[in-house]
Design a protein around this ligand. Structure first.
Ligand code: GFB
Length: 314
C-alpha cells in the first residue's frame, strides 16, 4: 500500500463537471472523505470561456481540484464532430489547469482516456507507450486534447512546482451514462438496444461493426474510488492508467448485456459502422502498485447500470 502524500481532510475540493457520469460518481465518493465539495453549473461558469473559468476558480479558491469535465461521446460522435471534441476539450483543460495555478491550488487531478495511446500500442498498454505511434483516427481529436492536458500538468509541475497529476481511465460506464444511440458509448447503447428489443418482442438487435474489437471497462464508482486514492497517494509527473485489467470482445459484451437484460434474440452486425481501435487493454500495474484494485465486476456493474436505466430512462 502506497503512503498518503496528500490529505483531503478539511480541504475545499472542486469537482469540475459534477453533473457528468464521472463527476457525479466523484461527488458521491467524496462524501466519505472529511472534506467540503464545491461545484458550479455550466450556467454559473462555462469552462470553455477562459474569463469564466478564471473567475470561478478565484471565487471558489479550492485547495484541491478534480477535472472530469469534458465533452465526451462514443465512436460515432468523436468521428462526426472532430472540431467540438478537440476545441472544447483543449479549452477546458487549458483554462482550468492555468486558473488552478493562478489561485495556487495545492493538488489537481486531470482526467484523460485510454484513447491517448497509439492505435497499435503493444498490449497491455503501459503508460510509457504515450506518443510512440499514430493515434486511432476516429478519436484522435479527443486524444490530442487529452494528451495536451497531461502535458499541461507536467509543464506546470516542471516550471512552477505544482502538484498536478493525470489519470487515464479505460472505457467507463455506470449510473448517469448517456443513452442517446447516436452519441453514446457502447455499453449504454447495448443496454438500450437489448431492452427495447425485448420490450418489442424483436427477433434480433444490431451492434455496430464486426463485434471483434476488444474493450476494457470500468464502473464509474470504481473509477471515482481510484481517483480519490490517486489524489491521496500519487505525486509524479507521469500519468496513471485506471482500468480493470481485463477486456472482452464487443460481441461477448453484447451477449453478456443480452443476458443481464433478458433478451434472447439474435445478434446482427452493421458493418457500415466503424470498429475503431482493435484493442486497448491498459496495464494496471502502476495503479496496483499504488494499492488500488477494482471492486465491481462487469456483470454486477452491468446490472447496476441497467437498474439506473430502468429507473431513469426506460
Ligand atoms: O464505446 P465506443 O463508442 O468507443 O465503441 P471506443 C466501442 C466499440 O463498440 C466499437 C462497438 O468497436 C464500436 O463499433 N459498438 C457496437 C458500438 N455497437 C455499438 C453501439 O451501438 N454504439 C457504440 N457507441 N459502439 C471511444 C472514443 O472509443 O472511447 C472516445 O471515441 C473515448 O474518444 C471513449 O476514448 C472511451 O472505445 O471505440
Amino acid at each position: 500500500m502506497a503512503e498518503a502524500v496528500y490529505s483531503l481532510k478539511g480541504k475545499r475540493v472542486y469537482v469540475a463537471g459534477h453533473r457528468g457520469m464521472v463527476g457525479s460518481a466523484l461527488v458521491r465518493r467524496l462524501t466519505r472523505e472529511d472534506c467540503e465539495v464545491v461545484t458550479a453549473t455550466r450556467q454559473e461558469a462555462d469552462l470553455i470561456r477562459q474569463s469564466e473559468a478564471e473567475a470561478l476558480m478565484a471565487r471558489l479558491k479550492p485547495d484541491a481540484v478534480f477535472i472530469p469535465a469534458a465533452k465526451v461521446g462514443g465512436i460515432l460522435a468523436n468521428d462526426t464532430w472532430p472540431a467540438g471534441f478537440l476545441y472544447e476539450n483543449l479549452m477546458i483543460a487549458a483554462n482550468l489547469i492555468h486558473a488552478a495555478h493562478q489561485v495556487e491550488v495545492e493538488k489537481l487531478l486531470f482526467l484523460g482516456s485510454s484513447c491517448i495511446y497509439p492505435k497499435l500500442a503493444p498490449q497491455p498498454i503501459t503508460e510509457d507507450a504515450l506518443l510512440t505511434g499514430p493515434l486511432e483516427p476516429t478519436n484522435e481529436w479527443y486524444a490530442i486534447a487529452k494528451i495536451a492536458g497531461i502535458k499541461l500538468c507536467q509543464a506546470y509541475r516542471k516550471e512552477h512546482g505544482r502538484d498536478f497529476i493525470s489519470a487515464m481511465p479505460t472505457n467507463l460506464y455506470g449510473p448517469g451514462d448517456n443513452y442517446n444511440l447516436q452519441t453514446s458509448h457502447v455499453i449504454p447503447a447495448l443496454i438500450r438496444k437489448a431492452h427495447e428489443a425485448r420490450e418489442a418482442g424483436a427477433a434480433s438487435m444490431t451492434i455496430w461493426g464486426t463485434g471483434s474489437p476488444m474493450r476494457e471497462f470500468l464502473h464509474a464508482d470504481d473509477c471515482a474510488d481510484a481517483l480519490v486514492h490517486l489524489m491521496q497517494v500519487y505525486s509524479e509527473p507521469g500519468h496513471v492508467n485506471v482500468g480493470s485489467g481485463e477486456d472482452l470482445t464487443i460481441e461477448a459484451l453484447a451477449r453478456l448485456v443480452m443476458k443481464v437484460v433478458g433478451f434472447e434474440g439474435d445478434l446482427e452486425k452493421d458493418l457500415s459502422k466503424p470498429d475503431g481501435t482493435p484493442r486497448k487493454l491498459m496495464s494496471a500495474d502502476r495503479l496496483r502498485a499504488l494499492g488500488w484494485t477494482p471492486k465491481i465486476g462487469l456483470r454486477e456493474g452491468l446490472k447496476d447500470a441497467y437498474d439506473w436505466f430502468l429507473k431513469n430512462q426506460a
